[in-house]
Design a protein around this ligand. Structure first.
Ligand SMILES: Cc1cc2nc3c(=O)[nH]c(=O)nc-3n(C[C@H](O)[C@H](O)[C@H](O)COP(=O)(O)O)c2cc1C
Length: 244
């Protein structure tokens, strides 16, 4: 099995997204998958021009000479793609949105009705990979991912493929907070387990998903703890920047 992760954080290797992706891929690799981790911020990806040349004149190929030809080849070579992103305005990052829009040449131009009678495009010439959605947010609650939960399901429908797991982490900055050490190690263990499950069972199990949804700070008042610390941190950083 081949798993290719596309990280849509502008912070690339420094990102909280990367902490999640690396652990997930490590688990998949331990289970025998061939894995690749791609930082979209390091690629040249123009925004979709909406010209439909990739459907009308050069089927399957975009008119723009940037890195998307290579990225589409990687995407189509995967059995499972990972869309990994920080939460920006309740949605994927701009980099990730550009990437997703630029997957347009992989779909078919004609229309059909789905099982619910709703219109969508027919599948492209090559099957879209199954996929996993990974994201982290600044705010602590898991409720901030409601747009992504829906988006992932719509993408699976639109691309005629299977959505095999979602991993969302509120208060993602805690993943790189040294004081969180053992808690983050335990969370990394769960991410590895999720990666292993995708290889061995084809999807992330409901039990692992449940565990992954639990707050990183294991206390009922985790939101208040987060607020206190986050605001103190902001004051500190603002003061340090004013002095500099
Ligand atoms: C432009 C922008 C928009 C953001 N929007 C949200 C948001 O809607 N909700 C949220 O919880 N965090 C939001 N954040 C915070 C990021 O999700 C958070 O800093 C995250 O940990 C960054 O992840 P990364 O290190 O993987 O890039 C936003 C950050 C930026 C820069």
């Amino acid at each position: 099995m081949r798993i290719v992760a596309f990280n849509g954080s502008p912070r690339a290797e420094q990102s909280n997204t990367d902490v999640m992706v690396e652990a997930f891929l490590a688990g998949a690799q331990e289970a025998g998958a061939e894995v690749e981790n791609i930082y979209l911020a390091q690629k040249k990806i123009g925004h979709c021009l909406g010209c439909f040349t990739c459907w009308w004149r050069t089927p399957g190929t975009c008119i723009q000479p940037d890195d998307m030809d290579e990225l589409i080849a990687k995407y189509l070579s995967a059995d499972v793609a990972v869309f990994a992103t920080p939460l920006y305005n309740d949605n994927v990052s701009g980099i990730m949105k550009n990437f997703i829009d630029r997957l347009l040449p992989t779909g078919g131009p004609h229309f059909e009705k789905d099982g619910n009678g709703e219109v969508r495009h027919i599948p492209g010439a090559k099957r879209a990979p199954k996929f996993v959605m990974i994201a982290n947010s600044g705010f602590p609650e898991q409720s901030h991912f409601q747009v992504l939960r829906l988006l992932a399901r719509r993408m699976a429908r639109n691309y005629h493929t299977e959505f095999v797991g979602e991993i969302y982490r509120g208060a993602g900055s805690l993943l790189q907070d040294e004081e969180m050490g053992p808690l983050v190690d335990a969370y990394r263990g769960l991410l590895r387990k999720a990666g292993t499950e995708v290889v061995n069972a084809g999807r992330i199990s409901p039990e692992t998903s449940d565990h992954l949804e639990q707050p990183l700070i294991p206390a009922p008042e985790y939101v208040d703890i987060f607020l206190l610390n986050a605001n103190a941190y902001m004051d500190q950083v603002i003061a340090a920047n004013r002095k500099a």
